[in-house]
Design a protein around this ligand. Structure first.
Ligand code: CO
Length: 218
C-alpha cells in the first residue's frame, strides 16, 4: 500500500487525459455544428438572389391568388349567377386583363356568331417584365387546349410561346409585359356555337390558372 499514492496519481492522470480528450471532441463537434449553421445561412441568403435558384419562389404570388380563389368559390357556393362577375359582356370587342399574380380578370368570354370579326385586347396591369411574368391571349378548341398549351413551352419566347404554323391555334397575341397592351382581330366564321373553345395564356405554366371559356352564341 506504500505506492498507493502513485497508483492513485496515475489513475487521476488517466482520468485527466480522458476528460481532455472528451472536451476536445465536444469542442470540435460544436465547432462543426456552428460552422454548418453558418454555411447553411449563407447559402440560403445568397441563393435567394441567384438568378437560377428559387425562381419559382420569387415569381410565386404570395397571397393574392388564394384571396381571389376564396372569394370566387364563396360566391359560387352562395349563388351560381354570381359567376357572371367573371364573364365579359357579349361583344365583338373583348378586353381582358392579366396581372402579376398569374390571373386573368375574366373566366369567360361570349361573342355573338354575328360578329364579322372579333377583337380581343389584352392589357397587362402588372409591372413585371415579359420574360418573367409575360402574358398572351391564345384561343383554341377545348379539345386542343392542353396539347397546344404543352407544345407552347417549346416554341420559346421568341415565338411568343405559340407553336409556329400550328392550325390548332385559332388566334393569338404576342407576349407582353407589365404596362403593355396588345390586340388581335380574327374571324370567327370557322367557329361554332356547338363547340367549346378555351382561351389561355401560353407562357409556360400559366395555362393552369390563366384560362377561360370562349363561347360563341347564336
Ligand atoms: Co401569363
Amino acid at each position: 500500500m506504500s505506492d498507493s499514492g502513485i497508483g492513485f496519481s496515475v489513475k487521476r492522470f488517466v482520468i485527466f487525459i480522458v476528460l481532455c480528450a472528451i472536451a476536445i471532441l465536444v469542442f470540435e463537434g460544436m465547432g462543426e455544428v456552428g460552422g454548418n449553421m453558418i454555411k447553411d445561412q449563407v447559402s440560403r441568403t445568397t441563393s435567394k438572389f441567384h438568378p437560377e435558384k428559387n425562381v419559382e419562389d420569387r415569381i410565386k404570388p404570395a397571397f393574392v391568388l388564394e384571396d381571389k380563389v376564396a372569394v370566387a368559390s364563396a360566391a359560387s357556393d352562395s349563388d351560381a349567377s354570381t359567376a357572371d362577375l367573371w364573364t365579359a359582356e357579349d361583344s365583338c370587342e373583348q378586353v381582358i386583363e392579366g396581372n402579376d399574380m398569374l390571373q386573368f380578370n375574366i373566366k369567360e368570354m361570349k361573342v355573338s356568331a354575328a360578329c364579322a370579326s372579333v377583337t380581343v385586347t389584352l392589357k397587362h396591369t402588372g409591372v413585371m417584365a415579359a420574360e418573367i411574368m409575360g402574358h398572351n391571349w391564345v384561343l383554341s378548341s377545348d379539345a386542343n387546349f392542353m396539347p397546344v398549351a404543352t407544345a407552347a413551352a417549346g416554341a420559346g419566347l421568341e415565338n411568343n410561346y405559340v407553336p409556329v404554323g400550328d392550325d390548332r391555334v385559332l388566334a393569338s397575341t404576342a407576349i407582353i409585359g407589365g404596362g403593355q397592351e396588345i390586340s388581335v382581330t380574327f374571324s370567327i366564321q370557322g367557329l361554332s356555337a356547338a363547340n367549346a373553345y378555351t382561351f389561355f395564356c401560353s407562357f409556360p405554366g400559366h395555362y393552369a390558372i390563366m384560362k377561360g371559356a370562349f363561347k360563341v352564341i347564336d
